[in-house]
Design a protein around this ligand. Sequence first.
Ligand SMILES: Cc1cc2nc3c(=O)[nH]c(=O)nc-3n(C[C@H](O)[C@H](O)[C@H](O)COP(=O)(O)O)c2cc1C
Length: 164
Amino acid sequence: MNSIFHRTSVRKYQDKLVEKEKVEQMLRAAMAAPSAMNQQPWEYYVVTRREMIERLSESTPYTGCAKEAPLVFVACYRRECLRPMYAQIDMSASVENLLLEADEQGLGAVWMGIAPIKDRMELVKKIVGIPDELEAFALIACGYPLKEQTQQDRYEEDRIHYIE
Ligand SMILES: Cc1cc2nc3c(=O)[nH]c(=O)nc-3n(C[C@H](O)[C@H](O)[C@H](O)COP(=O)(O)O)c2cc1C
């Protein structure tokens, strides 16, 4: 898939809204992810309310780039699921799928870590009004990229160990 080798973290966006169909397609990709025992613990908030995006952008020292984004996804997981110890791992697969689909749609996005830092998880829950049965996992700012970016080649042959 080309997006794997094209995606980069995009932190600056054009002043342009993201179409509803594209948002839905990214969420479809997020929910197509593998998960432990197929437990699918995810729930997503799609935030376009400016005042809430601003508050989210101030929720950690590293989320400032969300401030100008037209859209922020708040990736959450259900506290009660079949294998809670795998829920955050499942969410990582889901968020990566969302990022790849954003790239596929000509959009840019950046994953901003919230879990597993408890204070940040609580703060994001409070800002968004997320109910108790969910945990906040990550913020994903998304929009049309301000400029084209090139992915670094991170392939390192000496990290591969063939056993034949
Ligand atoms: C778990 C996780 C947490 C991250 N948190 C942040 C963050 O808080 N703020 C940010 O600007 N980027 C964040 N990033 C993006 C990384 O900085 C970025 O993926 C990394 O520098 C590699 O660059 P690339 O995504 O362009 O390949 C995070 C990425 C991951 C996987």
